[in-house]
Design a protein around this ligand. Sequence first.
Ligand SMILES: [Zn+2]
Length: 142
Amino acid sequence: MSRAKISAALAEEVRKQAQFRCGYCLIGEHLIGIRMEFEHLSPLAKGGQTIEENLWLSCRNCNGFKHTQTESLDPETGQLTPLFNPRTQHWFEHFRWSDDHTKIIGVSPEGRATVLALKLNHPMIVVTRKLWVSVGWWPPVD
Ligand SMILES: [Zn+2]
């Protein structure tokens, strides 16, 4: 399958809408020093299109773990649940930070399924968040 090219104008618009950060784990480009990837909310492999409404930013980790998934099991109910949609849903309605700000906790079915499917608390990022917290760079407030 060929990936449709994203025009420079569309890329810039989506980057601004996403505030230059990953829609899932909220890592910002200013923290990691590399650009986010463009993520197809509905994957190309499942018929998703390269249009503004279907694009958001994602870090390499989240994009890689999401791959072509659009739903996953909510670990609390065992129900197949749509993944969080960073374009149409508000992060803080589906997730919160642990008290030490190093882990993302899902507070809705979509949030819980997304934490699990995208491995939002993999050990390396938790260590990194600890360092960012220690210097006041984390967590993002909005
Ligand atoms: Zn991410």
